[in-house]
Ligand binder design. Structure first.
Ligand code: FES
Ligand code: FE2
Length: 396
């Protein structure tokens, strides 16, 4: 890969090829529970500083952070009067960015009608707030089943990693690293059968979806351990879609969006969905254990090399803030990585051509659910079973 292509795939700001492509999709910008009605919050996504708030009516706003009057930051404002009130002279902006009040102007003045902040459309689904930061009319929101299903519970987690989002996406279809990087010790144990042997793996892909299925010998003749991780443009990684082949009813989902904060920082939104069984919760107590704080850039000593997350952080941040892909030597084992990049590049190419990138479904019906048929991790499966595993994405 040459440096031009590397830049093209990794830079996320406005007017960059990757940045413009990312902006064609609905992207996660917060968990719902993180936006309280007391105070606005400054956030940074795709290299843009923005103010995020929830108005008194519960609606979420995401807009330019500086007041168009004399420029102070709206992060110090108050939630009131149907919007966000600037702390300096009290102008109020609604979630659409319209100025709806100017206390210092004469009564009846129409000046406020000329003032508008750039605000992005926002929608809240399944406890996650998504924004459309692109041009024109937003496409229909894709109602993934793990977000939209109401017959279960979701848990949320997240962490910041100080590297470009593609460092992290390159890692998702890379099963060999699981054996080497995570193979020595995780939480004091080496018991996991998945981490003991380098796997056989296949890379499966269509124009919407790429995944690997790693196969390791199982303890019973004719059975294998299968692990699948999939990538869906632009930033969705599914570690467990929760279904076995031929069984479209997800029993569990484990997904992550690798959301670019800017060129050098990535925030992972992690969501797990646990359907009710006979109307009851299936969330195991141990899954509610609080996670350790995010692992940041630093020396080797600062990464906890005994946890999966610490190991991944060390390896991905160790590649440099934006990995230098011009100096790589990709081998046979990197074919999943290559597939992720191909799919991401096909999305960028589509946007450059003026087309919709893959995954934008303009004909979605309002109640349609989208299900990712992913085997997930650590399943003991009949040897031939995965051959029947396509199609990968189902509209139900
Ligand atoms: S700077 Fe915001 S109202 Fe004056
Ligand atoms: Fe990993």
């Amino acid at each position: 890969m040459d440096s031009k292509e590397n830049e093209m795939m990794t830079r996320v700001g406005p007017s960059t090829p990757a940045g413009e492509t990312l902006r064609r999709y609905w992207l996660p910008v917060s968990f719902s529970h993180e936006i309280n009605a007391d105070a606005p919050r400054l956030v940074r996504w795709l290299g843009e500083d923005l103010v995020l708030f929830r108005d008194e009516g519960g609606r979420v706003g995401l807009m330019e952070p500086n007041c168009p009057h004399r420029g102070t930051s709206l992060e110090y404002g108050w939630i009131e009067a149907g919007g966000l009130r600037c702390c300096y002279h009290g102008w109020v902006f609604d979630v659409g960015g319209r100025c709806i009040e100017q206390p210092g102007e004469p009564a009846g003045s129409a000046f406020k009608n000329k003032i508008k902040l750039k605000a992005y459309p926002v929608t809240e689904v399944g406890g996650v707030v998504f924004a459309y930061m692109g041009p024109g009319k937003a496409p229909p929101f894709p109602r993934y089943d793990f977000l939209a299903r109401e017959d279960g519970e979701r848990t949320f987690a997240g962490y910041l990693r100080e590297c470009n989002f593609l460092n992290q996406l390159d890692n998702c279809l890379d099963p060999v690293h699981a054996t080497i990087l995570h193979g020595r010790e995780v939480n004091g144990t080496r018991e996991n059968p998945e981490r003991q042997e380098s796997p056989e793996f296949e890379v499966l892909s269509d124009d919407l979806f790429a995944s690997y299925v790693a196969r390791r010998p199982g303890p019973i003749p004719g059975k294998e351990w299968h692990r699948e991780v999939s990538y869906t443009p632009p930033i969705l990684v599914i570690h467990d879609g929760g279904s076995l082949p031929g069984d479209p009813a997800a029993h569990f989902a484990d997904v992550a969006w690798r959301m670019p904060v800017d060129d050098y920082n990535t925030y992972s939104f992690i969501l797990k969905f646990f359907p009710f069984r006979e109307g009851k919760s299936t969330i195991a107590r141990k899954r509610n254990v609080p996670r350790p704080p995010p692992l940041m850039r630093g020396t080797r000593r600062q990464f906890d090399m005994t946890t999966v997350n610490g190991q991944d952080a060390a390896a991905q941040i160790g590649q440099g803030a934006i990995a230098d892909r011009t100096a790589e030597h990709l081998g046979y084992s990197d074919r999943g990585v290559i597939q992720v990049r191909k799919l991401w590049m096909s999305a960028i190419d589509a946007v450059i051509r003026g087309d919709d990138p893959p995954g934008i479904l303009r004909d979605l019906k309002s109640n349609e659910l989208i299900h990712f048929d992913v085997i997930g991790s650590g399943r003991l499966v009949d040897k031939d079973q995965m051959l029947d595993h396509l199609p990968r994405v189902m509209r139900i």
